[in-house]
Every structure is written in C-alpha cells, then in structure tokens.
Design a protein. Structure first.
Length: 173
C-alpha cells in the first residue's frame, strides 16, 4: 500500500526563495511584483510629500472677540482681485499673494474703501480668497496678513458677526 504524502498549503522559506529567484516561474514573477508593490506603498507612506508647516497662534479663547482684540483690522469685504506678490512685496513681509478687497463694513483698522491684504494662494494655512466672494477678514501686522486667522467667507461667519455686532460703514469722501 502506497502512502500519500500530505502537502502543506503553506510554502516553506526554501520554496518562496526558489520561486522568487526563478525567471520562468509565473508565481515567482507575481511574488516579485507584489513584494515590490508592498515596499513601494510602505515607503511612500513613510516619506511625506512637500510639507508646509503652519504655526498658528490662537489669541485668548480663539473666538471672534479675542481675535478682534488682537487684529490690526477687522472688516467685511468683497474680493476684487488676487495676484502673486512681487519679490519686493515678499521681502517687505507680504505673503505669497496680495488680495484687493472693497470694504463693505468694518469694526477696526480701516480708513479707505479698498484695502490690500496679504494671503496665501493655496489652502495650506490661510483662507483661499476668491474673486467676487465676500469675506469677514481679520488682518494682522503691517501687511494685513490673513494667514492663520479666523478670516472666512461671509456665509460661514454668522457666529463672528453676532459676537462682533453691527460694525461701521465708511463715510464717502
């Protein structure tokens, strides 16, 4: 009587290495592809793509009143245009972009009906100011920086507007 040898479904390390090294074995080729894919996925998860860190300061409780207290200017404005900052503007402390806004009403720091603010173009740390949209703007510093602030589209600023009150209108000159 012949005894049948039981074959284990698990492969031994020797079998795996033989399949890996065999150029004619389809399973070996599949294993190489899967192994390379696994290594690629694993390393791509470990290596971050470009990272742009944001270090945002929160004033007080981070709410509208605390932010208003620390901001240089607070106003509602409609974006008229957004342009990349010139090297000279960047050297003078402006962000990557300059947005021009027409002021509708304000709470502090505004003296003219149109104002330039410093902002970022991407969505990393600052609001993405879009032409034709209205925003509640909290601007900081001499360049009226809006990066890492509570600046937001007017339609999402209900809580802030309630806390800030009615604001003031500019007198036409």
């Amino acid at each position: 009587m012949a005894y049948a040898r039981k074959v284990s479904p698990c492969l031994s390390l020797t079998h795996i290495l033989l399949m890996w090294n065999s150029p004619h074995n389809p399973r070996g080729i599949q294993m190489k592809r899967l192994s390379l894919l696994a290594v690629f996925v694993f390393t791509s998860l470990l290596i971050p793509s470009k990272v742009w860190p944001c270090e945002c300061r929160i004033f007080g409780d981070g709410g509208p009143r605390a932010t208003n207290h620390r901001a240089r200017a607070v106003f509602v404005g409609k974006v008229l245009g957004v342009e990349r900052a010139t090297p000279e503007q960047i050297e003078n402390g402006l962000g990557v972009a300059v947005a021009r806004l027409r002021v509708k009403r304000f709470w502090k720091g505004v003296k003219t009906t149109e104002i330039n603010v410093s902002t970022e173009i991407g969505l990393i740390c600052g609001p993405r100011l879009e032409v034709g949209q209205e925003y509640l703007v909290y601007a900081f510093g001499k360049s009226f920086n809006t990066v890492c602030t509570r600046t937001r589209k007017l339609e999402f600023a209900e809580e802030d507007l309630k806390a800030l009150g009615p604001g003031k209108l500019l007198k036409e000159k």
